[in-house]
Design a binder for this molecule. Structure first.
Ligand code: SF4
Length: 407
């Protein structure tokens, strides 16, 4: 009988709405975190109503997964109105945990909704074991989410020293400042980054002046945005260190992004933990390519190999060439080798197309025939959110996603 190499950590995925929540679970997430309409960062994400939260919990339970809810704003006095009732609602709806950034909310939750786990948010910038243990003792929290600014050495020391499970980010957007310690957006747009309103001012284009002398040109616009994290190269080390939960960032991301990234990490984690033999370089490269298939930005391994310097910043403008056009659409139905698709990006006859379906290896085909919704044969599709039909050499499940073949 084969032996597991490592204890398998939880894979925790983001969701901005019910569709993305279900997608994350179907593509392999053990748990999903989401935000309600109040008390949560990312207020621009299409946050969940109470009915949505109930449905998410029911769907998660049916599939052996769990739901975590962000209650992670930095609250001012008026923000406590209705909070107690909301925490009781989350407990009663079957939410497993809240992710909180304020010790006052953590303590309140323990008092009024004791069945809810409390996870200490990354917003608290936990970068050492002493801070983690103090937070556990002060608030009674059940899990510590590490700051994205931790190095691998920090992670190892914290996991071996603290008395509660540790969660760490493995993928997605990063702040150029310490997460949760930035007021660029507040100052420039009056949108409070710590109450859900970050305008991502670090990614804007700036002129740089020294004594009124312009240092940049039209071609060399200055921005400060960080590369996105992609921790696959150090994933095995994080698992070896005993990290209990591996977290993907991105409640604002699309269904395609969620499916691609969750699926890639699901397969990698399973291969790392379930197989006796070490993972080969070629398998790691394969999973990496899968995870990056949905990326729009340059990536790096985060601060785990060492605090990021100049190379972790994207010092140039984001152009149309950076936009990822791989996602072709969502399958509505498939009967007798003809599928109906809701389109997203341009499709041409003779394109190699890959089909992503939960729990299955990806399959590819060459597109030989398609038509518009009136049945007129077409050579190309250019308009997003249109219904088209295409011939496929195998049956495809409703809800499957199509993308340009990466190989
Ligand atoms: S402006 Fe940039 S660094 Fe600041 S909170 Fe927003 S994303 Fe993070």
């Amino acid at each position: 009988m084969s032996r597991r190499r490592y204890c398998k950590p939880e894979l925790l995925a983001p969701a901005g709405d019910l569709l993305r929540c279900k997608t994350a679970i179907l593509y392999g997430a053990d748990a999903v975190y989401l935000g309600g309409r109040k008390y949560s960062l990312r207020s621009r994400a299409s946050n969940f109503t109470e009915a949505d939260i109930r449905e998410a919990c029911a769907f998660a339970e049916e599939h052996g997964a769990s739901i975590h809810v962000t209650v992670n704003e930095i609250p001012h006095e008026e923000d406590f109105d209705g909070l107690e009732a909301y925490l009781k609602f989350l407990e009663e709806a079957g939410v497993r945990a809240i992710i909180a950034a304020s010790p006052s909310i953590m303590v309140l939750s323990k008092q009024v909704a004791p069945k809810l786990e409390v996870h200490c948010s990354t917003q608290l910038s936990i970068t050492n074991s002493e801070a983690a243990q103090q937070m556990i003792e002060m608030t009674g929290c059940d899990r510590v989410v590490l700051a994205r600014e931790c190095t691998m050495e920090d992670v190892k020391k914290i996991t071996s020293a603290v008395s509660r499970p540790v969660e760490a980010f493995i993928h997605g957007g990063m702040c150029v400042n310490y997460s949760g310690r930035c007021t660029l957006s507040n100052r420039m747009t009056l949108r409070d980054a710590n109450r859900g309103g970050c305008a991502q001012s670090c990614r804007w284009h700036y002129d740089v002046l020294e004594n009124n002398r312009l240092l940049n040109s039209e071609e060399t616009l200055f921005t400060m945005g960080s590369r996105d994290m992609m921790a696959m190269p150090v994933l095995e080390e994080l698992i070896q260190a005993g990290v209990a939960s591996l977290k993907i960032e991105g409640r604002m991301k699309t269904e395609y992004y969620v499916a691609s990234v969750v699926s890639a990490y699901r397969h990698l984690i399973d291969e790392l933990c379930d197989r006796e033999e070490p993972l080969s370089e070629s398998r790691l490269a394969y999973h990496r390519k899968e995870a990056e298939a949905a990326e729009n930005r340059m990536t790096w391994s985060g601060n785990y190999p060492g605090i990021g310097g100049e190379s972790s910043i994207i010092y140039r403008a984001h152009t149309d060439a950076d936009v990822n056009h791989a996602f072709l659409g969502t399958v509505i139905s498939c009967t007798d080798g003809v599928l109906e698709l809701e389109t997203r990006n341009p499709i041409d006859i003779n394109d190699r197309i890959e089909v992503l379906e939960p729990g299955k290896e990806n399959r590819s085909f060459t597109l030989e025939w398609m038509c518009d919704s009136e049945g007129n044969e077409i050579e190309k599709s250019r308009i997003p959110m249109r219904i088209i039909r295409m011939k496929v050499p195998f049956e495809v499940a409703s809800g499957a996603l199509l993308r340009k073949d990466l190989k």
